[in-house]
Ligand binder design. Sequence first.
Ligand code: KIV
Length: 264
Amino acid sequence: MPVSLTTLRDLKQRGEKFAMITCYDAIFAQTMSQAAVDCLLIGDSLGMVLQGHDSTLPVSMADMVYHTRCVARGNHHAFIFADMPFMSYATVTDALKNAGDLMQAGAHAVKLEGGGWLAETVTQMARCGIPACVHMGLTPQSVNVFGGYKVQGRSADAAAKMVEDAKLLEQAGAALLLLECVPTPVAKRVTEAVSIPVIGIGAGPHCDGQVLVLHDLLGMYQGKPARFAKNYLQGRDSVKDALSAYVQDVKSGTYPAPEHGFSQ
Ligand code: KIV
């Protein structure tokens, strides 16, 4: 059975975890399907891991459409998310046009970075049949505002704002949320505050789903590995075995372990 938004909502309701991995081409999409990965994300991290940039900012809509088409061709059953790149959703009009292009390229949902200010955008997307996942916390497209890749939501005020934004976005029609580099207790509060599924990366074990960048999962790091990275290829014979082990660990709650998360 193909994974759908309904599958992900049901999993949350039953308290069962789901696994997502970033994917950029057809052969990995096929291998991830064989490894029973629930969700594939065509992340704009491709600007760093594939294109060699030092941020995600140079990634274009054409890049994202191209890689979404490649992944969709190799995919069998997973639910596909495609990232909206930097400045592709600065206005509601741009957001609808660009999200539509990603859906036509084979995405089942789009992901965009921000907070409460995206409420009107996600409402209009939902109206047009486009499920939106809002990426909160450390949003890499805002690295120049943050002054680096830093944990977000550590102060009491910032944590409360994150919970409020999450509720607002759910009410506005967001289909999912994704939290990156958020203290474990804050991610738990957000996940419990909404009924839509919440995916985490560097956000502790309480989120409904987990995502890892493919290259981090295969031990291919650009410099120092992120705290939440785990090399699943180590001690295994094949990429497929590594992917399957990650899926199993997410579903059993073994990954992420406490050391992969951040304190408040
Ligand atoms: O672009 C990406 O790979 C992402 C993940 C880090 C969640 O947004």
